[in-house]
Write a protein that binds this ligand. Structure first.
Ligand SMILES: Cc1cc2nc3c(=O)[nH]c(=O)nc-3n(C[C@H](O)[C@H](O)[C@H](O)COP(=O)(O)OP(=O)(O)OC[C@H]3O[C@@H](n4cnc5c(N)ncnc54)[C@H](O)[C@@H]3O)c2cc1C
Ligand SMILES: Cc1cc2nc3c(=O)[nH]c(=O)nc-3n(C[C@H](O)[C@H](O)[C@H](O)COP(=O)(O)O)c2cc1C
Length: 549
């Protein structure tokens, strides 16, 4: 039994085996983290474990502060600060002696908004401090963005199970062993491999508004493995034409960064993000140009959390547009580089089967290309793949393992909703089930604009239908008739049979557009399956799984 005093050294906090099996404590300013904590609490008690729930503040001031295992769920506020009801807890854990929480199993779920530079900082701070105090991080923490529910639910179920399985208050193995194991597996999933495009094919036909391309990658190094449902991160360089546009503004000069002097061109090509604007750029410009009113207006949106307003302004603009439109093109190149993010990787669902496709990694990629305000734009990754990787030049990739987005047992029915390039992981599922001879039924809902131009993998799906692997293929082409018709309409049309599949243990998967498609599909399933609670229950069981972006 450990006895720790509170902030003022007065009230002892008893941490012993009389405590609930798990204590969930939340820090929340406007209710999101609190809502999540309640959701997780409801789902956690189902197996007869005792699970306590309180805000970090309530818990600190309660008389019953025994802890056996701890799950912290917290948001971040005011640009990197604790929510009000987490502040005192934060102060308290900072005041404890090193080792004070040695052996206590814990995990931290952070929610925030990636628009802010200090994304999820409060959660990271608490996580780091608990670790310093000797508590055992049983599960790597998770950072959830504004659409936190899916990521949080996906993470929480196995995290709670792992926490409850951990031995409380034993500083050594097996809990320490769990942590060591985590680090090992994280290290492996962090490993980058060299890949090359070994084949590619246009999937969109002439007349389509889209440019969807099927790529087949060969991964050079041995040891690369993946499972159906995984994604892959692709590490790219910036479009050369975009680099030239920057050089035209800032000159073909050398710049000094981290004590090394190099051509600006080189830094722009491979090191900094030129396409996706992040809030730190606005905050950085506000520091560099304190008198600039346009910058101040955007910085104000950032301060007040007006994400919609900021996103609306940013849509379609790249970093150079921001510098131009905010009258900041005269900021010295080195100052601009200081406030740019490192070049970001882009993720793609793997569309192939590790069993049926000779170890190759297939991708289904929708090209980003558009004109606006007299400039022509190309997406960094999609243009990289289309223009610079197709000749077989190597580039780096990293596996992104799926957690819940996995095929169930071979005989379980699977319902897949994947319009547009959202179909990619379902091609992987179908090819895999076909390759291993899984007997479960498979139902795919696919849609796009026009059947004549946008029916991705039409021949393959026809073949899988003939072979009996694809039990049902329901199609919704939105622009082939006067009234728009979408996958959610097809879901409603097939309500009775879908209910049967779900009653027989079926799993539902949704992949693709998170802004419009995913909420509409959620609504359709809630309507046909008996309301939001029915869908929530499936989510808790891991039988309603989304991979949306
Ligand atoms: C888990 C996950 C899986 C994914 N799987 C796939 C997949 O299987 N297939 C796939 O194609 N993508 C997938 N994506 C999306 C992919 O990661 C990239 O975001 C996408 O390909 C664009 O990358 P890019 O570098 O070419 O474009 P970027 O350089 O990143 O440019 C994107 C930006 O361009 C602007 N923009 C885009 N279109 C327009 C337009 N029409 N008009 C004005 N502005 C516009 C917007 O500001 C947008 O933010 C996935 C994403 C995630 C997170
Ligand atoms: C004024 C303001 C400042 C914020 N600052 C941050 C921040 O620095 N980092 C972050 O990740 N999220 C930040 N957020 C986003 C919140 O963490 C996010 O909206 C979260 O869902 C709120 O959860 P809550 O309702 O539990 O407090 C901020 C939000 C507002 C309104």
């Amino acid at each position: 039994m450990s006895i720790i005093t509170d902030l003022h050294g007065e009230r002892p906090i008893v941490t012993d085996m009389d405590a609930p099996d798990l204590t969930i404590l939340y820090g929340s300013q406007t209710g999101n983290a609190e809502y999540l904590a309640y959701q997780i609490h409801g789902a956690s008690e189902k197996n007869g474990d005792t699970v306590a729930l309180a805000s970090l503040e309530e818990w600190l001031h309660s008389d019953d502060r025994a802890l056996r295992r701890l799950l912290v769920v917290t948001s971040t506020h005011d640009n990197g600060h604790m929510p009000d009801n987490a502040a005192e807890f934060w102060e308290w854990i900072q005041s404890l002696e090193p080792g004070a929480l040695a052996g206590m199993p814990y995990a931290v779920l952070s929610i925030g908004d990636s628009m802010y530079d200090d994304f999820c900082k409060a959660g990271h701070d608490i996580d780091g401090r608990l670790h310093e105090l000797g508590a055992v991080r049983v599960v790597e923490g998770v950072d959830c963005d504004i659409d936190f529910e899916f990521t949080a639910t996906k993470w929480a179920k196995p995290a709670v199970a792992d926490l409850l399985a951990a031995d409380p208050w034993t500083a050594d193995a097996p809990t320490a062993g769990v942590e060591a194991g985590m680090a090992e597996s994280t290290g492996d999933s962090d490993r980058r491999y060299l890949a090359r495009v070994s084949a590619s094919q246009n999937l969109s036909k002439p007349g389509s508004a889209k440019e969807v391309v099927h790529y087949e990658l060969t991964v050079d190094d041995g040891g690369f493995a993946y499972e159906p449902g995984d994604s892959i991160s692709v590490f790219v360089t910036n479009p050369p034409r975009l680099v030239e546009e920057w050089i035209a503004v800032f000159g073909d000069v050398d710049v000094t960064r981290q004590d090394a002097t190099r051509p600006l061109r080189e830094v722009l090509a491979a090191e900094v993000e030129l396409r996706l604007v992040h809030p730190g750029l606005i905050a950085g410009l506000a520091r560099l140009r304190p008198d600039n009113r346009a910058v101040a207006r955007l910085a104000q949106m950032l301060q007040t959390g007006d994400r919609d307003g900021l996103e609306e302004w940013l849509w379609g603009r790249d970093v150079l547009d921001v510098l131009t439109d905010l009258d900041c093109r005269d900021v010295p190149a080195e100052d601009v580089l200081d406030i740019l993010r490192p070049l970001q990787h882009r993720d793609y669902s793997i569309a192939s089967s590790p069993v049926g496709d000779d170890g190759r990694v297939h991708l289904t990629v929708n090209g980003v290309r558009y004109d606006a305000g007299g400039r022509s734009y190309a997406g960094a990754a999609t243009s990289f793949l289309r223009e610079r990787a197709v000749d077989g030049s190597p580039f780096e990739v990293r596996r992104v393992p799926a957690h819940e987005f996995r095929l169930p047992a071979a005989d379980v029915p699977v319902i897949m909703v994947g319009p547009g390039v959202g179909v990619a992981p379902f091609r992987a599922f179908l090819r895999h089930r076909d390759a291993v001879g899984a007997g479960g039924r498979n139902w795919l809902f696919f849609g796009d604009q026009h059947r004549a131009y946008d029916f991705l993998y039409e021949d393959e799906f026809a073949d899988l239908s003939r072979r009996g692997t694809l039990t049902h293929l329901d199609l919704a082409f939105s622009r082939d008739q006067a009234d728009k018709h979408y996958v959610q309409d097809e879901i409603r049309r097939s309500a009775d049979e879908l209910r049967d599949w779900v009653a027989q243990g079926g799993y539902i998967y949704v992949c693709g557009d998170k802004v419009h498609m995913a909420p509409d599909v959620d609504r359709a399933f809630a309507d046909i399956l008996g309301g939001d609670a029915a869908v929530d229950e499936l989510k808790v069981q891991g039988r309603y799984v989304k991979d949306v972006y």
